[in-house]
Design a protein around this ligand. Sequence first.
Ligand code: SF4
Length: 503
Amino acid sequence: MKTGLVVCSPTGVEARATRRGLGDAGEVRHSGYGVTRAAAEARRLRDEPFGMLAVSGVGGSLSADLRPGDLVVGTEVTRPAAGGTPVSLPSAPLVAGELRRAGLRATAGAIVTVDHLFRRDERERRACDRALAVDMESAELLAAAAGRPSIVVRAISDTPRRPVFSPWVIPGGIAALRSLRLAGPVLARWAAACGPRRVLLAGPRSFCAGVERAIEVVEKVLEQRGSPIYVRKQIVHNTHVVNDLERRGAIFVDELDEVPDGATVVFSAHGVSPEVRREAAVRGLDAIDATCPLVSKVHAEARRFAADGYQVALIGHAGHEEVEGTLGEAPHAMTLIETAADVARLEPADPGKVAYLMQTTLSADEAGGIAGALLERFPAARGPGSDDICYATTNRQLAVRAIAAESDLVLVAGSANSSNSVRLVETAQRAGTPAYLIDGAADIELDWLAGASVVGITAGASAPPAMVGQIIDALSGLGPVEVDERVVATESIKFSLPKELKS
Ligand code: SF4
């Protein structure tokens, strides 16, 4: 036990609540109330051979958004009165995410440690410091960690509306102690996930040229036309990108009927059908096209084959915006093929005039298998002039395959509706490695990390590069992290902006 988890809980009731939730997964210490006792406990603990440190106790909220029983997981802890510099706790987003999955209300945020109970006016002043919670021990106790993985979980007992010197403190305390007990199993999983590890980065990863261009189009339109501007569908399939552009004045809509007449609308990187373009023209909309040029190339192929009298099989996924746009180029001449079994459904008027195209973000292996089945049935079938699966999709799949072979676990940063990100997960899984799609560090389940000493990380073509840094940062809160990169290809492609935006 001495090499494992030590949990410091300031008072006897906090220690009991924590112990009931934690079971025998760690040693819970009744470390004493207030900064002086906390400092003394930290001095005793510092030289003991424990592995990781958690602080579990109640705290006061500095935010009007928190309720009694809510949990605050410290991203950093400061003791401002002592002039202390903030102690950073990078694994806080992992623990907060795990607590939420356990059904608890939990937020990751800054905590301040003070040497006396706060009155209401002090609470309001501290709130300006952007800390979420206040306590009287954590900053002192963390001195015992001396570089070992640490975490602070505080359950809110009192709030600015229900302060500590009020009758509300009793029900607030009961709610807080219940949350501390329920948080115990999460502390146990956090401790099991701690340890040194190696991170293998796939190269290339993250933004491709088409995504960079699409985001730049929206930024330029905002700069040149001012907000509001409208974007039909998500500009790229990533929640972080969309939320960021929304904050800056872009309004995302599903269909053109949500766009006021005469307004500016941007078409997303996935492309639109000619019908959508026609509707925009009839409505007098100022339409700017952010369709990736590599998607436009597939549209052009569809038009060409259809004009030459071919029945065109489009290999892709039903419902994806890119597929809908491409099918719209020649609806009378195109059939969607999702699996090799779908090939049997094709009934071309002339079996000698069959062609096939592909969605740009498919798995190369899977799409190749479907194309093979098609060629077996229609040996004269014609394919695209050059690969439809784009360079970015192909490179990211090769790169994730290279790291999967050496990894215990692969994490793919990307949103659930991102086709190329989902394909990266499947590619790693086909290589025999457990792989998961995450939209941020908070999505990482701690059980995935237990025993995973080599973690492969990549990001889909629509996921911002900063996400990878945030994931590595969160892992570094679980123990030392050594980062290596495996680069299978370098990319220098850049697409120019639509002519309307060139200054
Ligand atoms: S993934 Fe490929 S097709 Fe899609 S936007 Fe990027 S470069 Fe274009």
